[in-house]
Design a protein around this ligand. Structure first.
Ligand code: ARG
Length: 277
């Protein structure tokens, strides 16, 4: 009896010890995806379910790999760190491939394109980039038209990164030589929806965000619109991020993505959420 009890205690201790390590409480057959599910049409919550383009593509990948998909809804800025630590197998969140992010994680082949656009309130004095920046003869921004402008972004996104640079880099900040930002024209929100709410209540003059979520937010809210025309900020590639050492999963995901592209699954998923107009 005593032996059995100590055996039970020993195994309980082992389990506790093991689960202390993030990577250890993961089931090999479960594909853990970290996302930030406030980014329609890529990922959002409907009722008690995660839905969207990324969610469906991830499910199709998991099916191909014979794995069960588990979705963790976290802050956008903690996805990469969690993937690096091994807490999640992959991050999929309409995530743009950037050189800086590539220093910490590997990216899969890209499966979508994103464009950074500007949302303003109807009747805003901002009707194009010319109302935001003064340009030099080369077409580079050299000054802000309104030094008191406030720009809303989702924290840690590329919209945040661009906005937080200096004016010559199409940002809104005065940056000292040592890199100190001396102005606070960029207001960072937890979600794009929060940034849009701030726009509606005049806390910011504009929001910079990816085009498809922008369209969703505009459709769901009266009184705001996207600046049309040649007013796009940047064209970006979306991909899945995976820990650098996990090249086996990277290869598997790339193979699955290729197959899903070739057999039309990805197009089908995209057109379910994005109606061509
Ligand atoms: N494409 C942008 C970036 O990578 C925004 C992504 C935000 N995604 C989200 N699920 N909230 O920075």
């Amino acid at each position: 009896m005593k032996k059995i009890i100590s055996l039970i205690i020993a195994s309980l201790m082992l389990i506790t010890l093991c689960c202390g390590f993030a990577s250890c409480n993961k089931d090999d057959n479960v594909l853990v995806m970290a996302t930030n599910a406030a980014f329609p049409p890529y990922e959002y919550v409907e009722g008690d379910k995660f839905v969207g383009i990324d969610v469906e593509i991830a499910q199709a990948i998991a099916d191909k790999l014979g794995m069960e998909l588990q979705i963790e809804d976290v802050e956008f800025g903690s996805i990469i760190g969690g993937v690096v630590e091994g807490k999640y197998d992959m991050g999929m969140a309409g995530m743009t491939v950037t050189e800086e992010r590539k220093q910490s994680v590997n990216f899969s082949n890209t499966y979508a394109t994103g464009i950074q656009v500007i949302i303003v309130k109807d009747g805003s004095s901002i009707t194009s980039l010319d109302d935001i920046f003064e340009f030099n003869a080369d077409g580079d921004p050299v000054a802000l038209k309104d030094a008191n402008i406030k720009v809303g972004v989702q924290q840690d996104t590329t919209g945040d990164i661009y906005s937080s640079s200096d004016i010559s880099g199409w940002g809104f900040c005065d940056v000292e030589e040592d890199g100190t930002i001396t102005t606070d024209r960029v207001v960072r929100y937890k979600t794009g929806a929060d940034a849009v709410e701030a726009l509606k209540t005049d806390k910011v003059n504009m929001v910079i965000i990816d085009n498809e979520p922008a369209k969703s937010f505009v459709a769901a809210n009266d009184g705001i619109h996207i600046l049309e025309g040649d007013n796009e900020y940047a064209v970006e590639d979306y991909a899945i991020c995976i820990a650098k050492e996990n090249t086996e999963l990277l290869d598997k995901i790339n193979k699955a993505l290729d197959e899903l592209k070739k057999d039309g699954t990805i197009d089908k998923i995209v057109s379910k959420y994005i109606k061509a107009n």
